[in-house]
Design a protein around this ligand. Structure first.
Ligand code: ATP
Ligand code: MG
Length: 200
């Protein structure tokens, strides 16, 4: 029987996903397993945030690549809350919107890589953030995972299989004519080709 019983444990994986790659997917899958999550919602950002120097692909392309990459996993879903909200994306708004849409009986687990976790204290409304979700910091090759200065009970650090993949690395490879097969899901390779993303 697949009756939904509260609390529904929902992981939230926010990102620019330009493009989504296997580092994102492995992190989400590992956290879902370790924390017995019912679902992981991937939430592509709307307008560029803290990335104003770099050109970010249209939200619609990033959203579609995220759908393509996650479609085969019954526990993975994609939310448009950040894509559809005008203005820059703040995690506080993402979590407020998801809580409003999903109801009070969901428990939210915000998944973030080691690089983004260290920046968390500079985020908007940091105290309310920790009320809305439990934060899970995951290891990422090239970065040190540390919860220094973060409230102990609000954040859990976990080891995930090391995937030395970044979206910027994937973009650089496409620009240089190098393959991104096996760094991103097959459908994403084909979507990048079809839309001619990241070309000079
Ligand atoms: P970019 O190079 O453009 O910054 P990115 O690879 O860092 O892209 P983002 O969309 O910025 O991807 O990241 C979304 C989230 O996924 C962040 O919390 C980031 O720390 C995490 N993340 C990205 N890549 C990995 C990885 N290889 N292993 C673990 N976590 C990752
Ligand atoms: Mg990043």
């Amino acid at each position: 029987m697949s009756e939904r019983r509260p609390p529904w444990r929902v992981g939230v994986m926010g990102g620019t996903f330009d493009p989504i790659h296997h580092g994102h997917l492995v992190a989400a899958s590992e956290v879902a397993s370790l924390f017995a999550l019912d679902e992981v919602v991937f939430v592509p950002t709307g307008n560029p945030w803290q990335k104003d120097d770099a050109k970010v692909s249209p939200a619609e392309d990033r959203y579609l690549m995220t759908v393509i990459a996650t479609a085969s996993n019954p526990r993975f879903s994609v939310s448009r809350v950040d894509v559809d909200r005008p203005g820059p994306t703040y995690t506080i708004d993402t979590l407020r919107d998801l809580r409003r849409l999903r109801g009070a009986d969901v428990e939210l687990f915000f998944i973030t890589g080691a690089d983004a976790l260290s920046a968390i204290l500079s985020w908007k409304d940091v105290d309310e953030l920790f009320d809305l979700a439990h934060f899970i910091g995951v290891t990422r090759p090239g970065y040190t995972l540390s919860d220094e200065h973060l409230p102990q009970d609000a954040v859990t650090l976990v080891d995930v299989p090391a995937m030395a993949i970044s979206s910027s690395g994937c973009r650089d490879r496409v620009r240089a004519g190098l393959p991104v097969w096996y760094l991103v899901p097959d459908g994403v390779v084909q979507y990048i080709e079809k839309r001619r993303l990241y070309r000079p």
